[in-house]
Design a protein around this ligand. Structure first.
Ligand SMILES: *Cc1c(COP(=O)(O)O)cnc(C)c1O
Length: 461
């Protein structure tokens, strides 16, 4: 794919994992949405998270259109909730809404932000395995469309809060189906040793925790059972895990109806749609996964003899991850001779694990390129590291960079739009980078850079 940029010769889209607005000009300089990254760095400083607004919007639209089309084909409908925990700013929530998405939140803070962005309460969901009474009340006060309950204790808490407020709370019950997916593997286990949801597996002679919770919700006048929720994991690259989980949830829905006499209206199959982080990574095609899941649930519903519910999905990473990159400035370059005699070039940038914890937390792999100039130098085996006091402060584990990489070079790491800023910390009292949006040849700050004064202001001495 090529694009002609006036006065700059050929400008080429380098492909995933770069956002679709990225072009590398023949002078080696990279532009995002028509803006030279050197201008972004000069204007906003580095490190900076740079968000390609059009890319975000096109992925939001692609997911909505793909799932609406596939589910309408089998005779039902779907709502797409943007999982705000991936990255939530006022502008981002507005973009999601303008593209026809709703917003999922997982704390009082995320809920407050979505409301501030003008997302109507009815289009917001509240998640969390340990919501406080204050968060539950905030959700009821703002009329959220659904509270996803995660334990029996929480059924009680939400009911008490609804009673106190004199309202009926719309709830979904989050269940664990034994399907756990992520990356290429998914394992099916009868018992899930993790904190989320209620298991659908029934101990001998008893109801499953999921069934106990669902029946508990049904019999409480302060609660309205909207449906059943399942989220199986993250960075999933094929439809089989979603299909297996949806099958289990539809079976549970039918079994519940046999007890209560009515079928719940909705089923949420969660998020977790995978993206490319490296140029060699495969991606998940939304049309493909939507089609496969819709066909699978239609077949299950036929087997069970039940009509299909309305569905919802909750993609986060797949919408915002590829839209973002982090711009860094190189500070030091240090060749280190390894035991086997090879040389690894340690390239230190002006951020690190405080703006991207995923490599340290999950061993996540990223890609990096110099974006401010071209180089004809032979590539060297490099490791991009941050400026924090941890040897595990690695941004990119292994990447080939031009051998003349040097202080002052601009380096970009693609696919950092999701779980970068939202998981950022102030480790070493480093102020968190700004979120800068680029669109139509212009940049604007969505979230400003923190200052050391911001950090000092929190310390009351
Ligand atoms: C994290 C999460 C999501 C979003 O996951 P992605 O991998 O970003 O798509 C959706 N739903 C729930 C309940 C989650 O916890």
């Amino acid at each position: 794919m090529t694009d002609e940029v006036p006065g700059a010769g050929e400008a080429v889209y380098p492909g995933e994992p770069w956002s679709r607005g990225v072009r590398r000009r023949d002078d080696g300089v990279v532009e995002v949405a028509g803006t030279d990254v050197r201008d972004v760095a000069a204007e906003h400083g580095t490190p900076a998270y740079v968000l390609d607004e059009a890319d975000f919007r096109s992925r939001a639209r692609a997911y909505r259109t793909a799932f609406e089309t596939a589910f309408r084909t089998v005779g039902t409908d779907v709502d797409v909730y943007y999982a705000g925990k991936a990255l939530l700013t006022v502008a981002v929530a507005r973009w999601a809404r303008e593209e026809g998405l709703r917003v999922d939140t997982a704390s009082g803070g995320e809920l407050a932000l979505a409301l501030r962005a003008g997302v109507p309460g009815a289009e917001i969901g509240l998640h969390g395995n340990n919501k406080s009474d204050a968060e539950i009340d905030q959700a009821l006060r703002s009329g959220v469309g659904r509270i996803i309950v995660d334990s029996l204790v929480e059924v009680d808490r939400v009911a008490a809060a609804a009673r106190a407020r004199g309202v009926v709370a719309p709830v979904m019950v989050r269940v664990t189906t034994g399907v756990h997916a992520g990356g290429h593997e998914y394992i099916s286990t009868a018992h899930e040793d993790q904190k989320f949801g209620l298991s659908i597996v029934a101990p001998a002679g008893q109801d499953s925790p999921a069934t106990v919770a669902l029946l508990d919700v049904v019999r409480r006048p302060e609660l309205h059972l909207l449906g059943i929720h399942s989220h199986i994991g993250s960075q999933i690259l094929d439809a089989s895990g979603f299909e297996a989980a949806a099958r289990a949830v539809l079976e549970l829905r039918a079994a519940l109806a046999a007890r209560t006499g009515s079928l719940v209206d909705e089923v949420d199959i969660g998020g977790g749609y995978g993206i490319a982080y490296l140029p060699s990574d495969e991606t998940l095609d939304p049309d493909r996964v939507a089609h496969d899941v819709a066909q699978a649930v239609a077949a299950v519903a036929r087997d069970l003899g039940t009509p299909l519910p309305r569905f919802s999905i909750e993609p986060g990473r797949a919408i915002v991850g590829p839209a973002g990159m982090t711009l860094y400035t190189v500070g030091t370059v240090k060749p280190v001779t390894l035991e086997d005699g090879r040389v690894r070039t340690y390239v230190s940038v002006d951020g690190g694990m405080s703006d991207n914890i995923r490599p340290a937390l999950y061993g996540a792999r990223y890609h990096a390129e110099l974006v401010g100039r071209s180089s004809a130098a032979e590539p060297v085996l490099a490791r991009v590291v941050g400026k924090h006091c941890e040897s595990g402060d690695i941004v990119v584990h292994e990447v080939l960079l031009p051998g003349d990489v040097r202080a002052g070079d601009l380096l970009a790491v693609p696919a950092t739009g999701a779980y970068g800023r939202s998981m950022a910390s102030n480790y070493n009292l480093i102020a968190r980078p700004p979120v800068v949006a680029v669109a139509g040849g212009a940049s604007r700050v969505l979230v400003r850079r923190e200052s050391v004064d911001d950090l000092l202001a929190l310390d009351l001495g």
